[in-house]
Design a protein around this ligand. Structure first.
Ligand code: AHR
Length: 504
């Protein structure tokens, strides 16, 4: 089989910004407690955070982290998590039927984020808390002047404001499962007032409106329009969530996730632009895909013996080789839609549907999906070139998605400062592919690196003991560069990345 990519220096999609490679930390399962925070662990630092986890998050380079949820947010009071730790309340946590000791709150999380070089995308509780509480939170976090809440921050050890600039107005408020679910009209009104009050404290904050939790919601589409009618002037982003699954055990269909994501992103953009047209405005609301990942193997409820406790395992999805192709492919869709997609948060960062796993008191290890994320995060930031792909197609079969799926999915990122083009290529065929890339308008001088992830066993997984899926170098005799034509053989069902030096 043959597959060809053509890009041209003149035809660009946009800038793939750093915040496309964000993470997500929710007070859920073993993400925080017995995950990134385990004070009794030999690798814990002076604040109780595991240094081995910090190192792996840094390796993924996640410049933004959404916090503290997730469904958790809808029943959470941020004031429980500040001040003297021993005096903080122990709460029954109703989103996940757990116990919340409030040992980690805003100030502690700010410390962790500094250690991993990430800014916070903070989700406020709009479901069961008030606009005033959100306003007070912004005062606590960001206000430089005197006031009750900014004074409390100082008293708690932070003289300087935390400077949190990105905020979500609630989380998945459209979901009936949510504590304090609302209709679009109810949410739109309260979110508008909250936005107004938060910006009275800090006019520089940027806000995300809740879009639909999934593309299957009955209100999908109409929710976005109604909510944005209320919030059009207040927000910079529309937040959407998308989790992928191979529940049908249909690999070709599962591998069409990038095209499913393309459709979902285009729909979100269409809603933003429809409201802009109605308002006779040229404002472009951007998209924040602030929860995304593969999620279907884990259970959404605790085993009875693990309920109403803290730091028990929940949704600890173990990823395989097929998930490398899907997560890697979703990242290519994000690059291809980077003109409007500006924030994306892999959900979640540690243990819960996560690329990084920990053993209590033991090792920390990398799931299969760690690798496509790491490589795309490292080498996928820059100017995305418009991919024109010529490849045989198959019938994908997923709803709300183009019916014909090309076996080859690519993205090409021109990293002008580095003088490189990164070409990502996923071969979704069960046979090898002769891949060529024509980089029009560029003077290519050298292949800097060529790597693949290509375990032929789609069920292969990693564990604390063994790493079966990881990137490997592609031998130099399997590729060639002549002028601006790059050619390589791609293994069946493989993820590949080529870095090509170009003259500026
Ligand atoms: O990430 C797990 C959960 O998925 C989040 O709490 C919720 O927002 C979403 O449904």
């Amino acid at each position: 089989m043959q597959g060809k990519l053509t890009v041209n220096r003149m035809f660009t999609v946009g800038e793939a910004e750093k915040n496309l490679f964000g993470g997500f930390v929710e007070h859920m399962g073993r993400c925080v407690y017995n995950g990134l925070y385990e004070p009794s662990h030999p690798a814990a630092d002076e604040d109780g955070f595991r240094k081995d986890v910090i190192d792996l998050i840094r390796e993924l380079d996640m410049p933004v982290t959404r916090y503290p949820g997730g469904n958790f947010v809808s029943g959470y009071d941020w004031k429980d998590g500040i001040g003297e730790v021993s005096r903080r309340p122990l709460r029954a946590e109703y989103a996940w039927n757990a116990l919340e000791p409030n040992r980690i709150g805003l100030d502690e999380f700010v410390k962790w984020c500094k250690k991993v070089n990430s800014e916070i995308l903070y989700a406020v509780n709009l479901n069961t808390n008030t606009p005033k509480s959100a306003q007070e939170l912004v005062e606590y976090a960001n206000f430089a002047g005197r006031g009750h809440w900014s004074d409390r921050r100082r008293a708690n050890g932070s003289a300087e404001p935390h400077g949190i600039k990105l905020w979500c107005l609630g989380n998945e408020v459209d979901g009936e499962w949510q504590i304090g679910h609302m209709t679009a009209a109810e949410y739109g009104r309260v979110a508008h007032e909250t936005a107004k009050m938060m910006k009275m404290v800090d006019p520089d904050i940027r806000l995300c409106a809740c879009g639909s939790s999934t593309g299957d919601m009955a209100t999908f589409g109409s929710w976005e329009i109604e909510v944005l009618r209320h919030l059009f002037k207040d927000v910079d982003y529309l937040s959407i969530h998308m989790y992928f699954s191979n529940r049908d055990k249909d690999l070709p269909k599962y591998l069409s996730v990038p095209e499913q994501l393309d459709s979902r992103l285009r729909a979100a953009v269409a809603a933003c632009d429809a409201v802009a047209a109605e308002k006779r405005s040229v404002k472009k609301i951007m998209i924040a895909l602030d929860e995304w990942n593969v999620w279907y193997r884990g259970s959404v409820v605790y085993a009875p013996e693990d309920r109403w406790q803290c730091g028990k395992p929940l949704n600890e999805e173990i990823y395989d080789m097929s998930d490398v192709l899907v997560v890697g492919g979703a990242l290519l869709s994000m690059l291809d839609n980077c003109d409007r997609l500006k924030i994306a948060c892999l959900a979640q960062s540690v243990n819960v549907i996560a690329p990084i796993m920990t053993v209590n008191g033991g090792k920390c290890w990398k799931q299969t999906i760690f690798y496509p994320f790491r490589e795309t995060s490292r080498f996928g930031r820059g100017t995305v070139l418009r991919s024109v792909v010529d490849s045989p197609v198959y019938a994908g079969g997923a709803k709300f998605c183009t019916p014909e799926i090309q076996f080859l999915r690519t993205a090409a990122v021109w990293r002008q400062e580095a003088g490189e083009i990164t070409v990502f290529a996923i071969n979704r065929a069960a046979e090898k592919m002769e891949f060529s890339a024509e980089l029009q308008g560029f003077e290519c001088t050298q292949v800097i690196d060529a790597i693949e992830i290509a375990n032929p066993d789609m069920d292969a997984v990693n564990s604390a003991e063994k790493e079966a899926v990881a990137p490997e170098k592609i031998a130099a005799d399997r590729y060639s560069l002549r002028g601006n034509q790059f050619v390589s053989e791609l293994k069946p069902l493989s993820w590949n990345m080529f870095r090509i030096r170009v003259k500026s």
